[in-house]
Structures are given as C-alpha cells and as structure tokens.
Design a binder for this molecule. Structure first.
Ligand code: NAP
Ligand code: MG
Length: 469
C-alpha cells in the first residue's frame, strides 16, 4: 500500500480542529511501511475536549431515550454504509486479512450497536424499592482509552453504551491504530450527534491518556488494554476518586470434559484453535489454553496440528501489530516456555518476506505453572494441557490471575453448564455457543472490573440515586 491516509484534525465540540501536538506515523503491519499520519492533541486540546464534553452533558443526559436511540441508529446506518471503508482502514492499520477485517472488525461492532440500542429501549432508568424511586443517571463525562487490537470494536463497546446512557465521551484511541476512530468520528458527525457529545483526541497514553485520567472534569475512565497499564490508571484515577472500568488481559481456558465423544472433541479442538488464532491471537478473550483429558492427548495433538496448519501467515493469518509485539510473542514459541515436558506439535510455518508475522504455533504437554500457561501471549500460540479428571481440568482452568473468557465442551449439557458455573471468569461458551453482542463482557480477578456491552454496559456508566417520597 503506497497511499498514505492523513488525519489532520481532531474532533472537538462538533468541529474538526488541527491538533496542537506533533504528528504521528501509523505503520501497516503487513508491509512495515507508513500508511497513515495523524495529528495529536496538546494539553490545550485535551482541555477543550473535556470542556466540550462537560458543556454538552446536561442537554444530552436530558435528551429523551427515543431521540438518543434514533441518533445511534443513524450512526449504525452510517457505519453499515461505510463498512468497506472501515474494513479497509482496519486492514491498513492492523494488517487484518480482508475477511477478518469485515467479519470481526466491522460486523461485530455493528451487532454491538444494534444490541445496545435494543438494551437502551428496554433499560430501566427508574425502578422502585418501597417508598423510593431508584434512578439511574448517566455519570457525566467518560474518558475512553482503547487498545490497538480491535481498532473499531474496542471503541464501539465503550462509546456507544456511554452515549446510550446519556453520558458524553472523550476518546483517546491507541497510537498504533488510531485511524478507525477518526472514521467513526466522521460517522458520529454525519449522524447528527450534537456537538461535544463525542470528542476525539489522539495522542500517547503517557500524555493524553494520563491527562484524561487525572482530569477533574472526567467522571469515569473506561480503559481496555494491558494489566500493568490498567493498574496504573486505577492508581491515578484514585486521586480524584474517579470511577474506573477496566478490561484487561486474559488467559482463557477451553475445557474438554471426559464425556466428550470423538466428534465433539474434534469440534472443540477446531473451534479452540480458530478462537485462539483469531486476529492473529490478538484478542483478550483468546482461548489460549486447551485443557483436555490426558488419555485423549495424542488425538488432540493430531487434530490441533492439522487445524493450525490451515492458518497460513500472509493469507488466513495476519501479522502482529508491531515489531515490538512480534518480539514479545516470539519469546513464547520455544516450547521451553511451557515447562520441561512441553513439546511443539505445530510451528515453523513459512512467513512472508515483509510484515510482522509469526507462525501459528501449538505447544502441548504444557505445565500449568509455566510461563506459557500463565502469561497472556497476544499472538497465535495455543497451549495444550492434560487433566486426569474434570475436577482437575476446572482447577487448571482457574489457576490463573486472569478470568475473562472460557469454554466448556461436554456431551451432557447440564453437566457442562455446571462446570461453566465453577469457572472464575466473566464469560463462558458451552459447546461452541455463539458470541452474544448484548451479553455483559468483562473480567474476574486481574482481567478487570466493570462490564461492557448491552444493558450492563449502560448500567456501568450510570450513577444510582434513591429518591424517597
Ligand atoms: P496498553 O499499553 O495497555 O495501552 C492501551 C491504551 O492505553 C492505549 O491507548 C495506550 O496509549 C494507553 N495508555 C498507555 N499508557 C497509559 C497511561 N499511563 N495512562 C493512560 N493511558 C495509557 O496496551 P498495548 O500497548 O496496546 O498492548 C500491550 C499489551 O496489552 C498486549 O500485549 C496485550 O497483552 C494487552 N492487551 C490487552 C487487550 C485487551 O483487550 N484486554 C487489548 C490490547 C492489548 P498508546 O499506546 O497510544 O500510548
Ligand atoms: Mg503500550
């Protein structure tokens, strides 16, 4: 790709204004070449964005629900109309193969917008307890700080429920992938969102992100990204006692129960590999640990190797986002990362000459306390672990500082649901059930606090007031 996309203005108070910070180059991970240049915010721009969001808040909060829903429906229609542009933008900045760009990066956030509108129209902004009317009121100004792995989706899951609730937003997208956020700002503008309700300030986390986290005019910080930065943000936000929503890392387990027959086992392995390698392994809910009955391990290794072989780097498997990220991921490709017993059952696929690719990799006989079993890789690396009983499988799955996603596979549906109930994690898919764009999304333990998406995403940006009468 030789053309360079230039975003020369921030979106503040319903106007496009040149940023006072330095320009930032965006690299295409598939070509390693500059593919975009974006303007960045100065301290004054951040101040202006927060002031605009504050000023817009009372009127937006007072806007009747059907009107807020109507604006969001127009936003949705504009995103759908420009789906090709959004998909191409994500391909440009993340290197996502076109099919993945469309299905994961555009169709999924569109489904989330639909589910959010649906939730808004049913949301109980008031309820009663005895002589009290309990009101849910939007918190005020929400600062959304988002990561690079899903440049549109991660923004949509924060911003759309906040706007639905009646909050106003200042968004700081990831420096590695800011382009989709600019496209979304155009969609908000074209959909007729009132000035100041949504504001976009690009810039680094250490400057713009930190300013927003400290700002007394921001009522809530909603952050998605790494656990260390999440911890830091929670600490800084504590100084002003801001509300904080954190969506952090994961090391999600896919647990195959002993009663799974051969067909279910094959499905479980295939879907787990696909889920783990989705977006080149760069998803926070990646099923990156496959826990299987010890007496089926050899069969699982064959199946996983065959499934992994289908993810050719450069066609079905995209690159990692950056050279730095590739270096991180490469440190897990040596089976020693999985402990002394670990073996590679698939790896070393041919890589394109350019681009930050790694081979899809499956490492088996991984020890539960090893680095590979414990640390989030954020790349296409699957760890297979053996369990001698279903109880042991549950213990292995819960042996993690994280608790974001998970899966259970079993012939007896009720028993599988009972295992799902024992997993310490925010989401569990039983027997390959579909992603639900209206279901609460968030983590147990060090995967974060708060919930996004749908009714729970709206509630997450609301204060609660009890009025006695
Ligand atoms: P990150 O460093 O946590 O950054 C996420 C966002 O926070 C970015 O917009 C970043 O800005 C900003 N930020 C960084 N430092 C900040 C600070 N002190 N105050 C306020 N904002 C700050 O995550 P990353 O670099 O994108 O990815 C690193 C690792 O995070 C990955 O390897 C992966 O393990 C994990 N991750 C998790 C998820 C998830 O969904 N759970 C998603 C992506 C990544 P800039 O980067 O623009 O400076
Ligand atoms: Mg970072």
């Amino acid at each position: 790709m030789t053309d360079v996309l230039r975003e020369t203005a921030l979106y503040i108070d319903g106007r496009w204004v040149p940023g006072g910070g330095s320009d930032l180059e965006v690299l295409d991970p598939a070509t390693e070449e500059v593919t975009g240049v974006v303007t960045q915010a100065s301290t004054d721009d951040v101040e202006a964005a927060v002031a605009a969001a504050r000023a817009a808040f009372p009127a937006w909060a007072a806007t009747p629900v059907p009107e807020r829903a109507a604006v969001l429906r127009r936003v949705r229609d504009v995103v759908v109309e420009r789906a090709d542009v959004f998909a191409a933008t994500v391909t440009r900045e993340l290197g996502a193969p076109p099919k993945v760009a469309r299905a994961l990066h555009v169709d999924t956030p569109v489904a989330v917008i639909d589910a959010t509108i649906d939730a808004l129209e049913r949301f109980a902004f008031t309820s009663e307890i005895g002589n009290s009317v309990v009101r849910r009121e939007p918190v005020g100004v929400v600062a959304a700080i988002t990561p690079w792995n899903l440049p549109l989706h991660q923004v949509v899951v924060k911003v759309v429920p906040a706007l639905a609730a009646g909050a106003t937003v200042v968004l700081k997208p990831a420096g590695l992938t800011p382009l989709a956020a600019f496209e979304l700002a155009r969609a908000f503008d074209d959909a007729g969102l009132p000035p100041g309700v949504f504001n976009l300030v690009s810039g680094s986390g250490r400057t713009v992100g930190d300013l927003l986290t400290r700002h007394p005019g921001v009522d809530q910080v909603s952050f998605t990204g790494s656990t260390p930065v999440g911890r830091q943000i929670a600490g800084v936000a504590a100084e002003t006692l801001k509300r904080v929503t954190l969506e952090l890392g994961g090391k999600s387990a896919s647990v195959v129960l002993a009663d799974a027959d051969d067909e279910l086992l094959a499905t479980a392995v295939k879907i787990t590999v696909a889920n783990c390698f989705l977006n080149s392994g760069q998803t926070c809910t990646a099923l990156s640990r496959l826990v299987v009955p010890a007496d089926r391990l050899e069969r699982v290794e064959e199946l996983a190797a065959a499934a992994a072989a289908k993810y050719a780097p450069g066609t079905r498997l995209g690159p990692l986002v950056s050279a730095e990220q590739r270096k991180e991921v490469e440190s897990y490709l040596d089976p020693a990362s999985g402990g002394a017993s670990a073996v590679t059952v698939f790896g070393g696929a041919a890589l394109p000459e350019r681009g930050w690719y790694v081979s899809p990799t499956v490492i088996s006989r991984v020890e539960p306390d090893s680095r590979l079993a414990q640390e989030e890789v954020f790349g296409p690396v699957l760890a297979v672990l053996a369990a001698t009983s279903d109880d042991e499988a549950v213990a292995i799955a819960n042996n993690s500082i994280y608790g974001l996603g998970g899966a259970v596979w079993g012939a007896d549906g009720e028993a599988a649901l009972a295992v799902a109930a024992r997993l310490q994690t925010g989401q569990v898919d039983v027997n390959g059930a579909a992603f639900n764009p209206g279901a609460p999304f968030g983590g147990y333990k060090q995967s974060g606090t708060g919930r996004e998406i749908g009714e729970h995403g709206i509630a997450d940006v609301c204060e609660i007031k009890a009025v006695q009468r």
